[in-house]
Ligand binder design. Structure first.
Ligand code: ZN
Length: 306
């Protein structure tokens, strides 16, 4: 069964790229409409931007969606992860400008807002994308792969020179609220040298020590340190869930990411849909629904991140 939000919910913050005020309102939407962003500022052309893999264009720091009229919304991955992790399949998302607010750099503020708004069932069957054969893409040492599995599982591995991050591996079955308890509060991370470079070039002007974990060698510079010892790999899994949600529905399959990122995960979806027989849309019965993210999530799961 598909779902949407019970009531609209609004969050305000700043855009990661511009540092300017940004507002987002998530609102209920009918069955089969999927997740659609809508720009509420003055834009030329259609203000609606569908959250789909084929509307995604390459951007260095985030996932950027662009519609046929060139209207764009950036930094969609964390709100997409929250919706996918909570099993919300339909929503109309108004944004006040070109960016979704970065908030605390994780998906937790979106998760809290959606759970407090409530999730409503819709009288329509849910289609999931079942992976039938392995599909893999590479970019030098980075790998992204989807392979058959009866549930959505995300495996991720990162390896950074900085000792504060280093080599991290994690694997998670995404069913039964695992996303809320294990992943949603993990923040974006970057190196101090990257921050200095970006600010010198007018990039990530909304990036702060609070909405990103900033590391320098073996030191974590952000006040308060890490939320989890392996917060960086957890965030990469969060990003992967948000980027996979651009498939247009939940995935029944195993994602394996090694040093992967937004661009490579999108390349993987493009390869998946370009490979005949690699996946099929299947109607979820009660048994399949239980294996998807979101089913069984409650406000109590928020205790882990509140
Ligand atoms: Zn991210």
């Amino acid at each position: 069964m598909q779902t949407t939000l019970k009531t609209p919910v609004t969050l305000t913050g700043e855009g990661l790229h511009s540092g300017r005020p940004a507002r987002i309102t998530l609102a209920p939407a009918p069955a089969d409409s999927g997740i659609v962003f809508r720009r509420t500022d003055a834009v030329e052309g259609d203000p609606r931007v569908p959250a789909r893999w084929d509307a995604t264009v390459h951007a260095p720091l985030c996932t950027l969606l662009v519609n046929g009229d060139g209207v764009s919304v950036s930094t969609v991955e964390h709100v997409m992860a929250a919706l996918a992790g909570l099993g919300v399949h339909n929503a109309l998302i108004d944004v006040s400008g070109p960016e979704v607010p970065i908030l605390d750099g994780s998906a937790a503020p979106f998760v809290k807002a959606i759970l407090r708004a409530g999730i409503a069932p819709l009288d329509a069957p849910l289609m999931a994308l079942r992976i039938l054969k392995p599909v893999e893409v590479r970019d030098s040492e980075a790998v992204a792969r989807l392979e058959p599995a009866s549930e959505l599982r995300i495996d991720f591995e990162i390896d950074f020179e900085d000792a504060a991050i280093g080599h991290q591996v994690r694997s998670l079955d995404m069913a039964n609220g695992a996303f809320v308890r294990e992943l949603c509060d993990s923040r974006t991370f970057c190196r101090r040298s990257d921050v200095e470079y970006m600010h010198a070039h007018g990039l990530a002007l909304g990036g702060t020590m609070e909405n990103a974990v900033v590391v320098d060698g073996d030191a974590v510079l952000s006040p308060g340190g890490l939320r989890h010892a392996d917060e960086p790999v957890r965030h990469k899994m969060l990003d992967a869930l948000g980027d996979l949600a651009l498939a247009g529905g939940p995935i029944l399959g195993r994602y394996i990411g090694v040093r992967s990122g937004h661009t490579l995960t999108n390349k993987l979806l493009r390869a998946l849909f370009a490979t005949p027989g690699a996946a099929e849309w299947v109607e979820c019965d009660a048994e399949a629904l239980r294996r998807l993210p979101g089913v069984g999530v409650s406000l109590a799961d928020l205790a882990a991140v509140a």
